[in-house]
Design a binder for this molecule. Structure first.
Ligand SMILES: Cc1cc2nc3c(=O)[nH]c(=O)nc-3n(C[C@H](O)[C@H](O)[C@H](O)COP(=O)(O)O)c2cc1C
Length: 181
């Protein structure tokens, strides 16, 4: 692939071991700015982003997040503010918000990768405990941590699933007919 956007998509990997090197504040702002451009169901924009760079708060979060292997300099917690949905569609009937969270996470991950940074999403954490640690209001639900930092020279936790799969193995034409294989 010679297209730089496609190359960025192809070469991004989830990184679970990071160095102590801080994230340039300008880069962090660019990542958060990228999230603003992520599409959102019904243009409702329920996502809220909490940046956590306090080491003590990060330590407490790791205690309740078994899926967080990273010691990242920056955590970006993507939340959904359910107050947004008042007087509008019931999010439980038409749950677009998890799609919004995923889109924002991937948009930020690709932005970070394009800036030479690494990321890892984490959804395996105790939501009630995280709400308490970060003083989140009742209607704000924590959904996904994006760990942001610099990749350690040697990473042990990489899972390289996509490299074993061809796109043809995942895709069908028309009535779920197999693609030419
Ligand atoms: C919705 C979602 C939740 C995830 N949660 C975690 C997690 O809690 N901990 C973790 O280490 N990785 C988590 N991952 C990362 C996946 O395991 C990762 O995308 C997969 O191993 C493929 O890695 P790659 O993107 O580098 O190819 C999550 C990914 C997604 C999309």
């Amino acid at each position: 692939m010679s297209n730089p956007v496609l190359e960025n998509i192809r070469t991004r990997r989830v990184i679970r071991e990071m160095t102590d090197e801080p994230v340039d504040p300008h880069h962090l702002e660019q990542i958060l700015e990228a999230a603003r451009w992520s599409p959102t169901g019904g243009n409702q924009r329920p996502n809220r982003f909490v940046v956590i760079d306090d080491p003590e708060l990060q330590r407490l979060i790791r205690l309740v997040a078994p899926g967080m292997f990273q010691h990242a300099p920056i955590l970006i917690l993507i939340c959904v503010d359910f107050a947004i949905f008042h007087h509008q569609l019931d999010p439980e009937d038409d749950p677009l918000y998890p799609i919004d969270v995923g889109k924002a996470a991937q948009t930020m991950a690709l932005a970070a990768h394009s800036l030479g940074l690494s990321t890892g999403p984490v959804t395996s954490f105790n939501k009630a405990a995280v709400k308490k640690i970060l003083n989140l209001p009742e209607q704000v639900i924590p959904c996904l941590f994006l760990c942001v930092g610099h990749k350690a020279p040697q990473t042990q936790f990489a899972m390289r699933g996509a490299q074993r799969i061809r796109w043809q193995d995942l895709c069908y034409r028309n009535r779920y007919e197999t693609w030419d294989r």
